[in-house]
Design a protein around this ligand. Structure first.
Ligand code: G3H
Ligand code: 13P
Ligand code: ZN
Length: 310
């Protein structure tokens, strides 16, 4: 089975009220941990590669790992560029065989974001590749104390409609209070679900929305990391209930990276701490892979709701 795009995947997710997990990959153990979980759960899957991952592992290696994952699992898998910052990186990924790219020009003023995004859409669509883009900037909800500042950062529903229609993108990443990394909220976690609903109501029915910064930063993994020498005080993620709600409301793609990093690091720390004489990488990368698998299985089954939807 070849790589697939997101069109049918998102249409079905929307119709049946679940979300597809998009997990960041950087090496073989991460790919295998994710894919082993998705295979057991028979779940559709998006494997995404950031610019940093591309630089670290090199594009060709990641593409071949994902192709091996397709052969091994028989699953429909999307290979997606995460946060492509300009036309050049998006073009390199389209030309290299990715089935989906994200152009993230959200740092640019609105009209320039539209122009850069449209350029990517024209090229990617001419090659049969789908495009995600972002409007608004991810930030912690604590920044929303001042409403004007919040409006400047969170996705504006009217602009979302204009952005989608002028660019022709296939999915839109929205900013409603999530943020990247393991420190998402200083106090109580909050997301702007009202804004999410307004965006959905204004866009064509079933239009695919994407939620970045959706790791839930499981506290047992933070504790394990800290217990074995880590230093992550106050790490906090998006409560799983919020993610279930977003998936049920019609968010089609939910992005997770930090939880995988946390699972991997906590596990490796534990092995190092308990067996300091160990120096065979398989003895700590193997358990790290199992820990990633467990995190992804939980997401698929209990959060995203996409078990059995492959
Ligand atoms: O969007 C952020 C992802 O977690 C990727 O992070 O750029 O460090 O690979 P990265
Ligand atoms: P997390 O840092 O919450 O895992 O977000 C990942 C992400 O949005 C990748 O694009
Ligand atoms: Zn992101």
């Amino acid at each position: 089975m070849p790589l697939v795009g997101t069109k049918e995947m998102f249409a079905r997710a929307n119709k049946e009220g679940y979300a597809v997990g998009a997990f960041n990959v950087n090496d073989m153990e991460i790919v295998q941990g994710i894919v082993d979980a998705a295979k057991e759960e028979k779940a559709p899957l998006i494997l995404q590669v950031s610019a940093g991952a591309r630089k670290y592992a090199r594009q060709g290696y990641l593409i071949h790992l994902v192709q091996a994952a397709i052969e091994d699992s028989g699953l429909p898998i999307v290979l997606h560029l995460d946060h492509g910052e300009d036309f050049e990186i998006c073009k390199a990924c389209v030309d290299g065989g990715f089935s989906s790219v994200m152009i993230d020009a959200s740092r640019l003023p609105f009209e320039e974001n539209i122009a850069e995004t449209k350029k990517v859409v024209d090229y990617a669509h001419s090659k049969g590749v789908v495009v995600e883009a972002e409007l608004g900037k991810l930030a912690g909800i604590e920044d929303a104390v001042n409403v004007t500042a919040a409006d400047a950062k969170f996705t504006n529903p009217d602009q979302a409609v204009e952005f989608v229609s002028k660019t022709g993108i296939d999915s839109l990443a929205v900013a409603i209070g999530t943020s990247h990394g393991a420190y998402k909220f200083k106090g109580e976690a909050r997301l702007d679900f009202e804004r999410l609903q307004q965006i959905m109501d204004k866009l064509p029915k079933g239009y695919p929305l994407v939620l970045h910064g959706a790791s839930s930063v499981p506290q047992e993994l933070v504790a394990k990391c800290n217990q074995y020498g880590g230093k992550m005080p106050g790490a906090q993620g998006v409560p799983e209930d919020f993610l279930r709600k977003a998936a049920g409301m019609g968010v089609a793609k939910i992005n997770i990276d930090s939880d995988l990093r946390l699972a991997m690091t906590a596990t490796i720390r534990e092995v190092f701490s308990k067996t300091p004489e160990e120096f065979d990488p398989r003895k700590y990368l193997g358990p790290a892979r199992d820990a990633i698998k467990a995190v992804v299985k939980n997401k698929i089954k209990n959060v995203l709701g996409c078990s059995g939807k492959a």
